[in-house]
Design a protein around this ligand. Structure first.
Ligand code: GLV
Ligand code: MN
Ligand code: MN
Length: 414
């Protein structure tokens, strides 16, 4: 029989292609698409085989429940099954497959804990279809949500339409919210998506917290005109202004030692012989501390205004998301460290620059995360890779952690 790690990797690899990807020859599984539906169907079958009851919550999160021996709060283990475009196979999906493998192991060996365990497969962590990310975990945590009738993907489909096509009721998303006292802890295993564990020569690490994150979109309006006849000084080129603003963002992020990214740009009308009259680009700003991120955003807005004034164009900035940093629960971090020591492993702590559903869940309940080494720190790229042996170690750490949590939760429940 395959180990838990090997099986989790095999399942992620299976999820790389049709019907679990919306693209041929690449992995793209976005929220509420046919690939998302296929992933839910396959995962539901695996969850049932692993002794779980299964439901899809009103925000499109698949929930498998493995009952405990007693009443009381539930341990949530989760991650996401949506991907960026042309993604790697392990970002998010590995955490879900690992949770599945661990519960499958408990089921096979007839083990239950005093608490029930729910395995969550969030459908929209990346925000790769609609402008804001983490819809499932925000709904679970009872955070404010955008109006589904006003939120559109790039094809003009509204979130409300996409939810309805998927069999979900847009008016009911908020019903996915949970109460604080039903949750013992949210635990997320995830690939590191950075180079630190590899440099340390370690399979897994304990996450201390997650960087604050802001998502904006910027629309610059100038004047479309003829590329051959409009002298350079008389142009109001929206794309040239946007380009200058993008370089300003890069300089601000470098100087402040944080990260700032423009990941998508569009120019209109988008023809080689027309001076662009309109340009739209995204901004992603992150820093471990909210103050540093907010100061960079303010500086960027000032720089953008100055660039627009100098070039005779205007800009509109839309805020899609401003997520607070997340601090992982200290008691859970200590339990994880003990679990690592139980297995003869060296505990090692690191922070996350990538965003995770835990950021939203942390506004409601304690959060813990375990990172798994990934090759060369590469992620959001089809070259993303993990070693099955590391995933197996993560599975063993999770089993040790569950055992410790059972004792700890009994003690703290008094
Ligand atoms: C998700 O992977 C993010 O960090 O944006
Ligand atoms: Mn992820
Ligand atoms: Mn990601």
């Amino acid at each position: 029989m395959r180990g838990i790690g090997e099986e989790a990797v095999r399942r992620c690899d299976l999820f790389k292609s049709s019907p679990f990807s919306d693209e041929t020859g690449a992995l793209t599984r976005r929220f509420l698409t046919p690939a998302h539906r296929a992933a839910i169907a396959q995962l539901s079958a695996w969850m049932r085989d692993a002794g779980m009851s299964v439901r899809l919550d009103p925000a499109g999160t698949l929930v498998g429940r493995y009952e405990g021996t007693g009443p009381g709060p539930t341990l949530l283990i989760g991650s996401h099954i949506d991907t960026v475009r042309d993604a790697g196979a392990y970002d998010g999906t590995l955490g879900v497959m690992l949770g599945l493998g661990v519960i499958e192991h408990l089921h096979r060996t007839g083990r239950r804990f005093p608490f029930a365990i729910e395995l969550l497969a969030f459908g929209d962590e990346e925000g790769s279809r609609f402008p804001a990310s983490m819809l499932g975990s925000r709904a679970l945590a009872g955070c404010t949500l955008d109006d589904p009738a006003l939120t559109q993907d790039e094809a003009g489909t509204t979130l409300a339409e996409a939810l309805r096509d998927f069999g979900l009721d847009p008016a009911a998303i908020a019903r996915a919210s949970r109460s604080r006292d039903e949750i013992l802890l949210y635990f997320e295993p995830h690939i590191e998506q950075g180079p630190v564990l590899e440099a340390e020569g370690l399979a897994v690490g304990i996450v201390t917290g997650i960087s604050a994150q802001t998502r904006l979109s910027v629309e610059v309006r100038g004047e479309a005109n003829h590329a051959g006849t409009t002298p350079m000084p008389l142009r109001r080129d929206a794309l040239a202004a946007a380009a200058e603003a993008m370089l300003a963002l890069e300089a601000i992020a470098r100087r402040r030692n944080i990260v700032g990214t423009v990941g998508a740009v569009q120019a209109f009308p988008g023809l080689g012989n027309v001076v662009p009259g309109r340009a739209v680009f995204t901004v992603d700003l992150r820093a471990p501390r909210a103050e540093a991120r907010d100061a960079a955003e303010a500086e960027f807005r000032d720089a953008l205004a100055a660039i627009c004034a100098a070039r005779g164009v205007s800009a509109k900035v839309t805020l899609h998301q401003r997520l607070a940093p997340c601090f992982c629960d200290e008691e859970a971090q200590a339990l994880l460290a003990e679990s690592l020591r139980d297995l003869g492993l060296r505990p090692f702590w690191l922070a996350s620059g990538a965003g995770h559903d835990g950021m939203s869940v942390a506004t409601l309940a304690p959060v813990a995360m375990l990172f798994i080494r990934c090759a060369k720190g590469i992620s959001h790229n089809p070259a993303e890779a993990v070693m099955a042996a590391d995933v197996e170690i993560a599975a063993q750490v999770m089993l040790a952690f569950l055992t410790r949590l059972a004792v700890h939760s009994r003690l703290s429940l008094g």
